[in-house]
Design a protein around this ligand. Structure first.
Ligand code: GLC
Length: 702
């Protein structure tokens, strides 16, 4: 028994029932019923948030001083158990990085680790030691506002980002004062909410749950995340917050998770609204029994667990188990030894030049070049360039959702950033209205249109029924592009939008997501060729709203989509494939793939697949080489492609490099018809590819 467990046993043995229940209670920092609640040991954690929709606004309430004041009160309690301060540090704290969906477009786990390392350093400087991130919900319906917060549609990519985020937040020793306890959320299946409508129910089959939605969480647990958050949603009739099979049998029984589970905001109390509990007391008993250890804000644990214990609806053992888990993570976080935050750190550790540089690099790597006819980009030999659209003066609009600590004054407004970056001799005009844009376009050598959605249309409870650009923007694009000058479209968004008609009218297009506080400068660098785009799509780009949900790893169907024959489409009014597919992205050069080699036609325990990648253009460029497989015959139907590896590589013009992947039998495993997990013998296809609809194809047998 290591000393943490002994210390927990010792502490637990001294705790009263009230003190045990107190550790499972997480009230808001705001409206706190005075410091007495803390002095009585009736809170185990404080959430630094001002309300249920904190992600949609700003509050700069976190400070070392504020947390230290609360902590002092908690340490005055009988047993002096320190508070763990939690906050949504989703993509940076004061240094706002690109949204997680954009980070996924980098296909660069090292970058994601670096981002979250900085986020941990900044957030811990203002007293936070626990973040409610990474968000790992697989999202295949762009109508859902929270697609912005995760890493897209693919389980393999999301799992790699989960590991990177956990490493970034927690490091090798999460007890260090500049680290954060991570939280894998929202466990599980929240992204499958019906109709893309937040909080709605989801029906997910067991094989799909196991092979699509759970793998990122399993990766996060294997990477050592200290906490998991139970989701709001009703999954197959059982709300995730009352789902013992998920929270105990799988999470702990199968995966060995030994941290603690926090409910999502008031989701314990909301079990009564779901209609699986008569009242808050029954809701609390259900949640504790399912395996939810800490109650975020609902107060149901604080109010009813003592009574629940007295009338036998919960047991002493269940209560002690929950308290033990919370105390374990508090010990691992080192807050018994170091409960306070050094107030001096904030002036040193926050918004440093290095952090800004990383934010700029992240924005460069996350933007996706979708179209570049006749190599219009990077812009050159242009004297007068018109920049038009609702984002021309953007500052905080670049942040994206969940940026409570972001500050508009930290951002160089987009037009200024463009002026700073544009080559000398280039005259930039800015037009924030269509009429001004039209009057200027005639005299410009090229036009850059900055369109897309405000962060308010993104994030929690910000779902859209229509994936087209916001009202008026398509008309604006049509009018200005109609002038006939070379036109570049840039889209800022928290989701893939249906930009089919817009993109048809322009010669080049960049998807910039919500790129964070350095996004404007990074965009200008890419437009003027000081940096090259290297992002690839982590989500399929729909042609129209009606295609949602749309994703590449779909099942073949008995009437597969084929160019020939009658079954080439599923809609009479639209091609069925996305506008741009998962993994797609252009660069300022071109790459050729050749010489696919497979180490043997029959896989024993591993098999290597390699190909030669050549930069056949005139500029250096970064390619994201992707590995896909297809299991041609299974006891259940199998996806037409599944991502099983990727490698970023930068090649100079003319340079070739052989890229190699190793496939193991477990990479071919899935949840089989009998419910077991494993690979099945048979034929497999394999691709080394630039995206999910292309590549060099080979075959092997297992
Ligand atoms: C919100 C979100 C969750 C967040 C929590 C605290 O409702 O669902 O992602 O961490 O409440 O803000």
């Amino acid at each position: 028994m290591n000393d943490i467990e002994e210390r927990i046993d010792h502490l637990l043995g001294q705790m009263t029932l009230e003190e045990k229940i107190g550790q499972l209670n997480q009230p808001m920092i705001h409206g706190l019923p005075g410091l007495d609640l803390l002095r009585q040991g009736k809170a185990g954690s404080i959430i630094n948030a001002f309300g249920a929709l904190s992600g949609q606004g700003f509050d700069h309430l976190s400070s070392a001083e504020a947390c230290n004041t609360l902590q002092k009160a908690a340490l005055e309690s009988r047993l002096g158990i320190p508070l763990l301060f939690g906050r949504d540090i989703i993509h940076g704290q004061r240094t706002v990085f690109p949204i997680p969906l954009a980070q996924a477009a980098s296909f660069n786990p090292t970058l994601v680790e670096q981002i979250n390392r900085v986020a941990a350093r900044e957030a811990s400087a203002v007293g936070i030691r626990w973040t409610f991130a990474p968000m790992l919900d697989i999202a295949r319906d762009a109508r859902w506002g929270r697609i912005a917060e995760g890493y897209g549609e693919d389980p393999y990519l999301t799992a790699r980002m989960a590991e990177a985020a956990a490493r970034g937040f927690q490091g090798d020793d999460v007890s260090q004062p500049d680290r954060l306890v991570a939280c894998a959320k929202h466990y599980v299946g929240y992204g499958a909410a019906e109709g893309g409508r937040d909080y709605e129910q989801a029906e997910i089959s067991e094989p799909t749950l196991r092979d699509v939605y759970l793998p990122p969480f399993r990766a996060a647990v294997a990477a050592g995340v200290g906490t998991v958050m139970s989701a709001f949603l009703d999954l197959n009739g059982v709300p995730a917050t009352a789902n013992r099979r998920l929270l105990t049998d799988i999470l702990r029984g199968e995966w060995g998770f030994d941290g603690f589970v926090v409910s999502d905001w008031e989701s314990i109390g909301e079990l009564a609204q779901h209609g699986v509990a008569e009242d808050r007391a029954q809701a609390a008993a259900l949640a504790l029994h399912a395996g939810v250890d800490m109650d975020m804000v609902s107060g149901a644990y604080q109010e009813t667990l003592a009574e629940n214990l007295r009338c036998g609806r919960i047991s002493d053992a269940e209560l002690d188990t929950a308290v033990r888990r919370v105390l374990r993570i508090k010990h691992r976080a080192g807050i018994f030894e170091r409960p306070f935050t050094d107030p001096e750190r904030a002036s040193r550790d926050i918004l440093t030049a290095e952090a800004r540089d990383l934010a700029r690099q992240a924005a460069r790597e996350t933007m996706v070049l979708l179209k570049n006819d006749r190599n219009l980009l990077p812009l050159r030999d242009m004297r007068r360039i018109l920049v038009a659209g609702p984002f021309v003066h953007a500052t905080a609009e670049l942040f994206g959702t969940w940026t409570m600590d972001g500050r508009a004054e930290d951002v160089v407004p987009l037009d200024q950033a463009f002026r700073q970056i544009a080559p000398t001799g280039v005259e930039l005009w800015f037009a924030a209205t269509p009429d001004l844009a039209l009057s200027r376009a005639h005299y410009a050598d090229a036009v850059i249109l900055l369109m897309g959605e405000h962060p308010a249309r993104s994030g929690e409870n910000a779902n859209v029924s229509d994936l087209n650009l916001p009202p008026g923007q398509l008309e604006w694009i049509t009018a200005v592009a109609g002038i006939g000058k070379p036109t570049v479209l840039v889209v800022f968004a928290g989701r893939p939008l249906a930009i089919t008609r817009a993109i048809a009218q322009v010669q080049a297009a960049i998807y910039a997501w919500h790129p964070g506080l350095e996004g404007a400068a990074a965009l200008a660098e890419i437009l003027f060729g000081l940096a090259a785009p290297s992002g690839r799509l982590p989500v399929s780009m729909p042609r129209a709203t009606g295609q949602a949900p749309i994703y590449y790893a779909r099942k073949p169907s008995g009437r597969p989509l084929r160019e020939d024959g009658p079954f080439r489409t599923r809609y009479v009014d639209l091609p069925t494939v996305p506008l741009y597919p998962f993994g797609y992205g252009l660069t300022y050069t071109r790459f050729s793939y050749s010489d696919l080699r497979i180490s043997s036609q029959r896989m024993r325990d591993t098999l290597t697949v390699s190909a030669l990648i050549t930069n056949v253009g005139e500029r250096a460029g970064t390619e994201v080489v992707q590995l896909y497989i297809r299991d041609l015959v299974g006891s259940l139907t199998r996806p037409i492609r599944e991502l099983k590896g990727f490698q970023r590589m930068t090649l100079q013009p003319g340079e070739s490099r052989r890229v190699q992947f190793t496939l193991r039998e477990e990479d071919l495993a899935f949840t089989r018809a009998d419910g077991s997990w494993g690979a099945e013998p048979g034929r497999f296809k394999v691709w080394i590819a630039p995206h999910c609809e292309a590549g060099l194809e080979g075959e092997f047998m297992l």
